[in-house]
Write a protein that binds this ligand. Structure first.
Ligand code: HEM
Length: 454
């Protein structure tokens, strides 16, 4: 991840089978194009942006979240699928933080356009990784193209036809988001593909493998002013030479992927654990109730001081590692420090989910959710090495959104507890079953009993 970083890029096969989700976004790029995206995207996570805008957005969306839970739960009388609610919360928050638009997926009735987008986005994240175990997918994808042109071959490639349809819808919807952003962000010096219009569903003008005009390596990063609010799309719109619509779309996909699902499931697992551990929930509730949180800057400061909340969130992300496994592909032969030979083309994985259960690092109770461990031994005095707490990865590709993810998860949990919300698994509901995919989500839903103490 660090010492021989260049030898472990994202493999072409992963980039290929994940294409409908990753595109050529930061998650699926290497070299200059990756570096350029990382440098530009990092500007959105500045302290001032977080302080001034993000916290306000989180507070507003949290009100919508609590209202939605109240309406649906009837104060504990009806089960609520909390996974859906938390993923909507992070979707709404991140679209606003990242792209400056409100999509309203927390509204009592999710707008049908977004309901479909979310359904397809989730499904693509299941279908694409599955391809890794079914090498015939490439042939089926080719057949699906012919089927969509009218040849009666659908019975041979049903899933790939559906993947293509879902991708088309997702892309069309993101194109619309970018267009709205371009229209509303009038202050922006917009120069994406000057002279070209991008009607929804219109064909991208550049191939994903030959991004836009000009070589990415020659682009300068956007000249961002960290005191001015900049969202991700605006930042990327202002790079020179300008990005194509297709490139912007891929950037957006990458940021939704990074921002929404990981943090949404972290909040869900936090409430799941709090529901199983009432004494910890009480301790946490006492801490957040005592903190002054009346204005956004005060709230931001309070979150930094809330030590127990910090421990609860870090412990959740440790044990319920939102990205449970991550893979790279060796570009050349290598020998790992322990002497293991890695041949050119080998897939090398590290698994934060497994590392979190390693007793050598986390002690004999490694597999227990115990926030108290963050006040003991080395953890009490310093952050663990990212090579041990690997949930955000480590080295030059370490997660760019780590601080934002921690802030968002803490803000959501604190605001919910202050609003008097309690959650526990719905009586009689089976223990959650993981869903096969890139993110540690649950199969179908997480049905919970949600009550309010005021
Ligand atoms: C608990 C929440 C999160 C976890 C556990 C997490 C974890 C990770 C991991 C494991 C990677 C490496 C992925 C890979 O190389 O394949 C990564 C990369 C990344 N994350 Fe996060 N992430 C979280 C939240 C966020 C948020 C809120 C954002 C904001 C947009 C974000 C943005 C990114 C970006 C842009 C990268 C790519 C970095 C690069 O390749 O240079 N993440 N994250």
């Amino acid at each position: 991840m660090k010492d021989n970083f260049d030898n472990y890029p994202k493999g072409e096969d992963l980039i290929e089978y994940m294409h409908e989700v990753f595109g050529r976004s930061i998650f699926a790029s290497n070299g200059d194009w990756w570096y350029h995206q990382r440098k530009t995207a990092s500007m959105i996570f500045t302290g001032n942006n977080m302080m001034n805008e993000m916290v306000k957005i989180m507070i507003n969306n949290n009100e919508a979240l609590v209202a939605g839970l109240k309406a649906q739960s009837n104060n504990g009388a009806l089960p609520v699928d909390c996974q859906r609610f938390f993923l909507s919360f992070t979707m709404d928050s991140f679209c606003e933080i990242g792209f400056g638009i409100k999509i309203g997926s927390l509204a009592a009735e999710m707008p049908p356009k977004w309901a479909k987008f979310v359904e397809y986005w989730d499904e693509l994240q299941v279908r694409c990784p599955h391809r890794a175990f079914h090498p015939e997918w490439k042939l089926q994808k080719a057949l699906a193209k012919l089927t969509r042109k009218g040849l009666p071959l659908g019975f041979l490639c049903r899933s790939e036809v559906e993947v293509a349809e879902m991708e088309e819808y997702v892309n069309k919807t993101i194109d619309e988001v970018i267009q709205v952003r371009l229209k509303d962000g009038a202050a922006t010096k917009y120069s994406v593909l000057a002279g070209e219009t991008a009607s929804p569903g219109s064909k991208p003008v550049a191939s994903p493998r030959s991004p836009g005009r000009g070589s990415p390596s020659r682009r300068n990063s956007s000249k961002g002013d960290e005191n001015k609010r900049l969202d991700a799309v605006e930042l990327f719109m202002n790079v020179e030479p300008p990005m194509s619509l297709l490139e912007l779309r891929e950037v957006v996909k990458g940021l939704i992927l990074g921002g929404r699902d990981t943090t949404g499931v972290s909040i869900m697992w936090t409430f799941y654990e709090l529901g199983c551990n009432p004494e910890i929930e009480k301790k946490l509730r006492d801490e957040v109730r005592a903190l002054p949180m009346d204005s956004p800057p005060e709230f931001h400061d309070a979150l930094k001081k809330a030590k127990y909340l910090d421990a609860v969130i870090r412990e959740t992300i440790r044990l319920h590692s939102p990205v449970p496994i991550d893979a790279k592909k060796a570009a050349n032969d290598d020998v790992l420090p322990d002497g293991t030979f890695v041949g050119k083309g080998y897939i090398v994985t590290y698994a934060p989910y497994v590392m979190a259960r390693d007793e050598e690092f986390w002690g004999p109770d490694a597999d227990k959710w115990r926030p108290e461990r963050w006040f003991e031994g080395d953890l009490a005095v310093k952050e663990p090495s990212p090579f041990v707490y690997s949930m955000f990865q480590a080295g030059p590709r370490i997660c760019l959104g780590k601080d934002l993810a921690l802030l968002e998860a803490k803000a959501c949990v604190a605001l919910m507890l202050r609003a008097g919300v309690s959650m526990s698994l719905w009586p009689g509901e089976k223990e959650p079953h993981y869903k096969m995919g890139m993110i540690l989500a649950v199969e179908d839903s997480m049905q919970m009993k949600v009550t309010f103490d005021n």
